[in-house]
Design a protein around this ligand. Structure first.
Ligand code: FAD
Length: 460
């Protein structure tokens, strides 16, 4: 009674419902599908795939100790998955196929096709909502619909969630050995900063615990300061599923007691759930459509300076620091993600889809739902209570959140010598002397143009 567990973005042993429940039904064989063409189409960053490969390798080593072998199947496109998965299941004589659900449209379509192929092959399918605490569709307003904005969603989420839903399942016990030989993991990933992003389970767990026990108390004060290590840096592990969401919440409660559960950090985890629920409820989000229909009417400008933005050469130091942090580390601080996204979509008036794609192509934590949600929010076309005329002033943002310019100096070293006062807006003379570009926009003019363009789209 072998059971096949199909690993995807859930590269963990603990808090993995599909894996745990399969292990109670029979000896488990795990598999991972290499979908290189589909990943390319989805613009998954080489760095993210590199970390995925390292996490999968670490997973296989740990799983082997439990008697679970890892098989690799090749499914260049998701459409190849039904055949590849059922063929493996039949080859190992599996009774059932088990996985944790994913909510973007292509993934849901893939799973539907695999489910049908399994049913035809007489294989039982078992699916779990392992990537969220509460399943999409279970946090709804009085009329039974998905919330349009975050705050009421998060209030409701906290009201309805039960202790049982918050508790993670254990890792599987030792499995009866099967006569199935594991495969070696092919090189599908690109380079990434392994010094910043460890792949070993004990290190990832230690970092989470250190954050929850030492940093969480000051999270509300420091989370917006990009020069400070005030956030958890767990996003790549949540995106690839090396950490489970329930496990993270349990860790907060262990280290901080009930206050931890009610605090800001869990609210951020609920943002992640919000975007997953939205994606499941509105398939059109997966097709590049705006949450707010008026967003489709925005007249974007030609992406004239797009390459400068991508390379961190806009002449606006906080924007350039963020864009260079992304290229150098595969990650960018959340406050700066908001600043650079608003800069592109509002002040440069470049279609937010181009920014979304660039982020996806470089982020080690690239996550379709959160990235799409973050970009739509920043461009005021998403699920958001704020009106379209919220336009971030990058200079004021920089003065507020990087008051001494430490973040800018780290990633824009040519501005090292500039005083704290001038660092966020160096003079033309300083820029020329230091070989730093002059700003590609005039803030006042760009703001006023953006207001006109967005008003036209949203007011008709
Ligand atoms: P912490 O502050 O420690 O938060 C803990 C976790 O909560 C994060 O790891 C993340 O899983 C979740 N979280 C926090 N803030 C948000 C948020 N605003 N939306 C959704 N989840 C959140 N996050 C991604 O994981 N992948 C993306 O591709 C992504 N793209 C983004 C694009 C834009 C334009 C914006 C504005 C935000 C994006 N975010 C994305 C959200 C956020 O920036 C990152 O989750 C956060 O910076 C990760 O750092 P951390 O783990 O230290 O976060």
């Amino acid at each position: 009674n072998a059971q096949l567990v199909w690993l995807r973005n859930d590269l963990r042993l603990n808090d993995n419902p599909a894996l745990y429940h399969a292990s109670t039904a029979g000896p488990v064989v795990a598999c991972f599908a290499v979908c290189e063409k589909q990943w390319q189409e989805h613009r998954d960053a080489p760095a993210k795939l590199g970390l995925a490969q390292a996490l999968l390798t670490a997973w296989a080593e740990d799983a082997e100790k439990l008697g679970i072998v890892l098989k690799i199947v090749h499914a260049p496109m998701f459409s190849d998955a039904p055949k590849a998965i059922t063929a493996l299941a039949q080859e190992i004589g599996a009774q059932g196929v088990w996985w944790n659900k994913e909510y973007p449209l292509n993934e849901m379509r893939r799973d539907k096709a695999v489910r049908q192929a399994c049913e035809q092959a007489d294989l039982a399918v078992h699916e779990y909502d392992g990537d969220v605490v509460l399943a999409p569709g279970t946090v709804t307003n009085g009329s039974g619909d998905m919330y349009q904005v975050f705050t009421p969603f998060s209030k409701r989420w906290r009201q309805v969630v039960t202790e049982a839903e918050l508790s993670s399942c254990p890792r599987p016990g030792k499995q009866t050995p099967l006569k199935v030989k594991g495969d070696s993991i092919p090189g599908f990933g690109g380079e990434y900063r392994a010094d910043l992003w460890p792949a070993q389970r004990d290190k990832i767990q230690r970092n989470l615990h250190n954050f929850c026990s030492e940093k969480l108390a000051e999270y509300s004060d420091t989370r917006d300061i990009p020069a400070h290590r005030g956030t958890s840096l767990i996003s790549p592990y949540l995106a690839l599923g090396a950490l489970g969401i329930r496990h993270c919440i349990e860790q907060v409660q262990k280290d901080q007691g009930p206050d931890g559960f009610h605090g800001q950090w869990v609210t951020e985890l609920i943002w992640r759930e919000f975007y997953r629920h939205l994606m499941a409820a509105k398939p059109r989000l997966s097709m590049g459509k705006c949450f707010r229909p008026d967003g489709e009417k925005v007249q974007w400008a030609k992406p004239e300076y797009f390459e400068d933005w991508r390379q961190g050469k806009t002449g606006v130091p906080i924007v350039d620091a963020g864009m260079r942090q992304l290229l150098q580390t595969g990650w960018m601080h959340n406050r700066v993600r908001m600043i650079v996204a608003a800069f592109l979509s509002k002040l440069m008036l470049v279609d937010w889809h181009l920014g979304e794609q660039h982020f996806m192509a470089h982020l080690i934590d690239g996550d379709f739902a959160s990235n799409n949600g973050g970009w739509q929010w920043s461009a005021s076309v998403g699920a958001d209570a704020a009106p379209y005329f919220r336009i971030f002033n990058p200079y004021r943002q920089a003065e507020k959140f990087d008051p001494n310019g430490d973040y800018v100096r780290k990633f824009v070293p040519e501005l090292q010598s500039i005083t704290d006062k001038k660092i966020h807006q160096p003079s033309e003379q300083q820029c020329r002397a230091l070989g730093y570009p002059l700003p590609i926009i005039n803030y006042k003019v760009a703001r006023s143009t953006a207001m006109d363009v967005f008003a036209k789209a949203f007011k008709g």
